[in-house]
Design a protein around this ligand. Structure first.
Ligand code: ADP
Ligand code: MG
Length: 600
């Protein structure tokens, strides 16, 4: 008797499904790509509860016959490959014919579809791979697929899903990728009954602005170069718009989104010397390349890709982007017109065997686009080195742990101390046993951080009403984040109202915030938040408090009055952890008289 038996189909499907559908966003991606492949000109995505309870995609594409409407749910059902060669010539998105089968295995699915030429459409209802219903139905031309209760029959998977807002973010990310790759298609995205995106068909530039916000209008540089190896086009963000957090970096190879650390390295390399190294540039770059020269199917979710000649592509990409950045520095007002291929998306390939000439990069030789900036940067470095030299002495002092600072900064002494500010950055003060040096920014960040955490815990952050409420439109990810942090924002002193449509209205700011542009504050605060979010040791409030403290603190370079310095020191020593900066460094160092004497 054989101990081996074949897996029943529903189980085999469930297993296969795990590979294709990891979370709502993966189903969204497959459905959207199918709609794109069906030549739709309008696609609507509707989700509820992060896609956990509902994902629906409605398109006006070519629809399916009643037979296909049944067939498409079978594993390896695809209209896209008939013979193996097709795999290599493929320009469509999905090609393995298992997306719909996988989705049907782990959800309750309803589809309505009709081809233009058919009188009646088809309604089909499938639950865990079982067809429960199939009947004719009257329906407009196109296809609507709703996927309900994802993983309803795989509780382990369902429990594995993250919070609704995290899942929503993943969905938004997939939506963004498909929408960027297809600016000629209109997209609507409805999240929990409110319309998050309404993107009209247009140019790539319009699509970027539609997705990321109006502020990108002035920040995009055209990239456009045809070489024998590939056509490279799209937009790169101006260096000053680069952010501290990763994200908003998109490569599309033959209009398919891909991740590629090597090519990303080329991009970052092009920005070298134009922005601080810890920043990440924005980019949406399309690479059209002969499909025979790439291998897409190396990863199940198909976001990774292998190039036959990765090195050349690296070099070309870096040169092309550098050229755009160079041109911009020469004449920043120039607004290049949309290159044709951004609207048409017709990959143009050169005949096989054609050897590409090296890319021709013409830049005004006498002009060095990086000179003014790099000067500024070296300047800063020299300053810093000087500082470091100056403080070498002090760094060698025993750690503050050994010094009983608590005893040194007693009340009566504070009132009589002598204080001076050094280089608008450090506060020097005489203490009983010698000298104390406070880093003004680190100290203020510590003070604010503790205050904000306390305010959030007690819900007693003071706020100042704005004379003119300010409405601010955000990226969807940021909008969702503000929603997530609503309570804490309020506790800290923000008065923010939801205005729908990715817009919030700021009516009041925390009392500690002075003279700051509300939009900038909010955006940079969210950036900071995302930056600190990677630190798993901190909870949500601590992260927000840290981000706030960073944002609104007194910075190095600001000159302070005697009373300001005095208050700062008092408040610092009123903190629970006065000696540690919120980044884990020192806020204060001391030097004893003995040490000083020994130096002479
Ligand atoms: P693949 O996309 O790899 O072919 P899928 O499982 O995603 O596999 O889809 C199976 C088939 O169902 C497709 O090849 C296509 O013929 C058909 N199909 C899926 N979605 C749509 C749609 N929105 N409009 C028209 N046809 C569709
Ligand atoms: Mg597909």
């Amino acid at each position: 008797m054989s101990v081996i038996s074949l897996l029943p189909d529903p189980i085999a499907n469930q297993i296969a499904a795990g590979e294709v559908v990891q979370r709502p966003a993966s189903a969204v991606k497959e459905l959207l790509e199918n709609s794109v492949d069906a030549e739709s000109t309008k696609i609507q995505l509707i989700i509820k509860d992060g896609g956990k309870s509902l994902i629906q995609v409605i398109d006006n594409g070519k629809g399916m016959s009643p037979t296909d409407a049944r067939m498409c749910w079978e594993r390896h059902a695809t209209s896209k490959i008939k013979k193996i060669e097709d795999l290599f010539a493929l320009n469509t998105m999905g090609f393995r014919g298992e997306a719909l089968a996988s989705i049907a295995a782990i959800a309750q699915v309803e589809m309505k579809t009709r081809r233009e030429q058919d009188e009646l459409g088809t309604l089909i209802f499938i639950e865990g791979s079982e067809v429960r219903k199939q009947e004719p139905v009257s329906y407009t031309a196109g296809t609507s697929i709703s996927v309900k209760n994802l993983f309803f029959n795989v509780p382990a998977r369902r429990n594995f899903l993250k919070s609704d807002s995290v899942e929503t973010n993943h969905v938004v990310e997939e939506f963004t990728r498909v929408a960027l790759a297809n600016p000629h298609i209109g997209f609507v995205f409805i999240n929990n009954e409110s319309e998050t995106f309404h993107l009209l068909p247009g140019t790539l530039k319009q699509r970027i602005i539609g997705l990321f916000g109006e502020k990108y209008k002035e920040n995009l540089l055209t990239v456009n170069e045809h070489t024998g190896i590939a056509n490279i086009y799209g937009f790169a963000g101006k260096p000053e718009s680069a952010k501290r957090t990763r994200g908003d970096q998109y490569f599309f190879v033959n209009r398919r989104f891909i991740k590629n650390a090597y090519l990303n390295h080329a991009m970052v390399g092009a920005y070298q010397d134009l922005m601080p190294t810890e920043n990440y540039p924005f980019y949406v770059i399309f690479i059209d390349i002969d499909p025979a020269k790439i291998d897409i199917n190396v990863h199940p979710t198909k976001t990774e890709i292998k190039f036959e000649d990765e090195k050349s592509l690296y070099t070309i990409l870096k040169a092309v982007v550098k050229k755009s950045l160079g041109q911009f520095t020469i004449s920043p007002q120039l607004d290049f017109d949309q290159p044709k291929e951004l609207q048409q998306f017709v990959p143009a390939f050169l005949p096989e065997g054609y050897l590409p000439p090296p890319p021709e990069i013409r830049v005004d030789k006498s002009y060095n686009p990086f000179s003014s900036k790099s000067q500024e940067i070296t300047q800063k470095h020299t300053n810093k080195n000087d500082w470091e030299k100056l403080f070498e002495v002090i760094k060698q002092t025993p750690d503050s742990e050994n010094n009983t600072l608590e005893l040194l900064v007693e009340k009566e002494e504070i009132s009589s101390r002598k204080i001076i500010q050094l280089h608008n950055r450090f506060i020097l003060s005489q203490i009983k046993t010698g000298l104390m040096i406070v880093d003004q920014q680190a100290a203020h960040e510590r003070i604010l951080y503790e205050r904000f955490v306390e305010n959030m815990e007690k819900h007693n952050g003071l706020s100042q009403q704005l004379l003119f409420p300010r409405s601010i439109s955000l990226s969807v990810a940021d909008y969702v984040l503000v929603g997530e942090l609503e309570k804490d924002f309020k506790a800290i002193g923000f008065v923010i109202d939801d205005f729908g449509n990715n817009t919030v209205v700021v009516n009041g700011l925390p009392a500690d915030v002075q003279n700051m542009d509300e939009q900038k504050l909010l955006e940079e605060l969210l950036e900071q938040y995302k930056h600190y979010k990677t630190d798993v040791r901190l909870d949500r409030r601590e992260i927000l408090a840290k981000a706030m403290a960073k944002k609104v603190s007194i910075k190095a370079g600001r000159s302070l009055s005697d009373s300001e310095m005095s208050t700062l020191i008092d408040e610092l020593f009123g903190c629970a952890m006065p000696y540690r900066s919120i980044d884990g460094k020192s806020t204060v160092i001391t030097m004893s008289l003995e040490e000083l004497i020994r130096k002479f």
